[in-house]
Design a protein around this ligand. Structure first.
Ligand code: GAR
Length: 207
């Protein structure tokens, strides 16, 4: 059974999707053992506590720089014996020392079809604002391995979502979450825990 540690910063609806998937038996060979938040008041922490999942808080602004913060995050991940780390609305870009210590053991959910609307500065609602500004007709979500390149790691799963003419960033965000993120994130987590993912030449294949 793999230990899954989830990193969060906000509302935690993706964490909730993982908890629900776990409770209905959809995550095979893995268990959420700890939730680490970059914010003390993140609602995601309440969601974890309601389900008796251990929580830890590491606030970015308590640290002088990204390296010091990242060292403590890595220490926490090691203490929790994390086999898989899931970024579920985690809004901090960690220093590469973390990913180097855990290569292809960290995955992220991004609210767009990478390589569109991704990279530094593209997070949360901003992603949907940019998609609407551009007038794309289809957007979606991506789950990928975390590497040193922001939103640049090998893609595990993607799902497309229609954009409507009358969408606001908020309505689009909600549809992308409901139709894509909450579906593909638990799927990718289960595939990882079942050892069904293989990375070759920067691409992911299902075994
Ligand atoms: C989600 O849409 C997630 O994909 C996005 O923030 C939202 C968090 O919601 N993450 C990023 O933009 C990271 N680059 P949640 O806290 O309710 O899961």
């Amino acid at each position: 059974m793999k230990n899954i540690v989830v990193l969060v910063s906000g509302g935690g609806t993706n964490l909730q999707a993982l908890i629900d998937a776990q409770e209905s038996g959809k995550i095979k060979n893995g268990k959420i053992t700890c939730v680490i938040s970059s914010k003390a008041d993140a609602y995601a922490l309440e969601r974890a506590k309601k389900h008796n999942i251990k929580t830890r808080v590491l606030v970015r602004k308590d640290y002088a720089d990204s390296v010091e913060y990242s060292k403590d995050i890595l220490k926490a991940l090691q203490e929790e014996k994390a086999d898989l780390v899931v970024y579920a609305g985690f809004m901090i870009i960690l220093d590469e020392l973390v990913v180097k210590a855990m290569p292809y053991k960290m995955i992220n959910v991004h609210p767009a079809l990478i390589p569109s609307f991704c990279g530094k500065g593209y997070y949360g609602l901003h992603v949907h604002e940019e998609a609407l500004k551009k007038g794309v007709k289809v957007t979606g979500a991506t789950v990928h391995f975390v590497t040193e390149v922001c939103d640049g790691g090998p893609i595990i799963l993607q799902k497309a979502v229609q954009v409507h003419d009358d969408d606001t960033p908020e309505t689009l965000q909600k549809r992308v979450m409901q139709e894509a993120e909450w579906e593909i994130l638990p799927q990718a987590v289960s595939l990882f825990c079942e050892d069904k993912l293989e990375v070759k030449d920067n691409k992911v294949y299902q075994k």
